[in-house]
Design a protein around this ligand. Sequence first.
Ligand code: UDX
Length: 436
Amino acid sequence: MKISVIGLGYLGVTHAVAMATLGHEVIGIEPDQNKVTSLQNGTVPFYEPGLTDALAKAIAAGNISFQQQHDDKSASANIHFITVGTPQSDANQAADTSFVFAAATELAAILKPDSLVVGKSTVPVGTAANLIQTMESISGFTPAVCWNPEFLREGTALADSLKPDRIVIGSNEKPMNQPLIDCYEEILSQGVPLLEMDLATAELVKVSANAFLATKISFINAMAEIAEASGADTVMLAEAIGLDNRIGKSFLRTGIGFGGGCLPKDIRGFIARANEMGVGSSLSFLTEVDQINLRRRQRVVDLASQELGALKGKTIAMLGISFKPDSDDLRDSPALEIALKLHSSGATVKVHDPISLEALTDKHPDLTTASSAIDTCSDADLVILGTEWRQYKELAPETLFPKTKTIIDGRNVLDVETWQAAGWKVIALGRNIQNG
Ligand code: UDX
């Protein structure tokens, strides 16, 4: 099939490469010339395991290309996927859909009546209906529009695209979905469930899934606050409640909480949309989910102050700065916010991260970086584990030589006994750890 993918951010690049991997003929469209040039040369403009290799294969096979604007070739695509971002608006924290409408407006001007438009961006419920009206006023016919949310996670984005837990398609009429079902034939033939529904429900599936995941994490982090006040241990608590199949173990890892380009902005956008629709109280709990999450960041700063007294003049080593491992994404990263808070309190923060240091130095040149975990920790008054990269989980504590052997495990991933046996004091969120 001939496909255009409009908007080459995280979602767009991954989707374009995934579709090319399935054998479709893909044209990626992105106004940013630098991104286009970089992708044409086989360079993915962000870190995502496996994506560069898959892009190289697609380029070699001749079934992917990139350009800044639509042309006759892209106009003849069977399916146009809209994958532009919906960032958080500064004013009211709502999702900013202006890029979606801009992409749809440009598309409507060249759209053929037999092409299908598929929205993949995360949008407030009701967006697709408005989009159809906007496009119709330009194209002069009612465009066929489906909404097909994406559930990919950074770090496993390509695998999540090629073998998702489910495919959700929303539209006004089921027969409209057929080209998209054909496009995903190879994925569906692996037994991936297909759910067909109306547009509004499909839009809601994405934001409510992210709201649920965020709620699960904040639930266990709320329990961490209770555990810290009562001497209980949330790691054991999570294991015990997670064994109940109705609750499940995943997304109950206590620590410094969620970040990234999706969960924080999506819950805020969802709250804003509910308010607009006059049902804000239905989602008022999500405001608390957000607050619990942000409080965990401050908790680490408070623990650092408890350990060190005045932070001014102290050196703190930060292991990991991206919002999660296997990603260089610093958007709303809990580790980054903690590092910045410590820095603004007068501490020297020395950061190591396997992938994100270049991005960090560009945005925050005031934070000091180090070339290895060992280097970061040398002479530190305190070490903080901010991102659970595998190499930190596997660190041998006896190879580190800080001034003071104290570590705050912000992700609850270290083997406490091993670190204590090497002479370290281990502090972790929501845990009752006895240090000798
Ligand atoms: C998320 C959704 O999982 C994905 O389905 C959607 O398409 C995009 O948003 P992602 O942003 O890649 O994906 O991150 P995710 O793996 O969900 O983790 C989000 C954050 O929660 C990370 O900062 C992670 O460290 C944190 N987290 C996750 C916890 O603090 N505890 C947990 O138990 C799980």
